[in-house]
Ligand binder design. Sequence first.
Ligand SMILES: [Cu+2]
Length: 212
Amino acid sequence: MITHHRLGRTLISRRNFLTSSLAAASVSLISGRAQAASVPEAVRMTTAATQPPQHPTSGPHYRPVVTLNGWSLPFRTNGDWKEFHLVAEPVEREIAPGMKARLWGYNGQSPGPTIEAVEGDKVRIFVTNNLPEHTSVHWHGVLLPAGMDGVGGVTQPHIPPGRTFVYEFQLKDSGTFMYHPHSDEMVQLAMGMMGMFISHSRDQNGGCPDHC
Ligand SMILES: [Cu+2]
């Protein structure tokens, strides 16, 4: 229902107030380092149409990307952390006139939304599993602590259905990366579970030209 990032941001802050009590009640369903943190609103995009880029309203400036047939996941700032909420879930898409596909993805999209942050940022990504089986999220190519690498059964327990796991890491590097599950990979990737992860450069010349 949220189709514009500014509107979305307003709704997020209003809803945080409502969700904080819910979050407190469901703390036992959350695992990971930020166990007691309140969970940010999970923003969904229900259309596959390409959305306008999301210009940052807090933190270091960057020129946002445009994701074809998608958009970027809004974030909120909490202290010096950028907080995102990914929800792994079934997604239905009409991929040709009259032809509906039952896919899996994130936040109403398949592939999932693009995550954008800046080299040096601390990111906290809440991942809620609304799939009928366990999942995890691997941040492909991103330099991070082993425990945040998202390999289910190796660097963390798989995230069971109905549970939320919290990933936290600081971006050491800039670059174009991707995220995808490391749980039942052959099925979950084939069903559409993946998304782009953009770590913008802090270098003004390299990352942000004059008109930025
Ligand atoms: Cu990978």
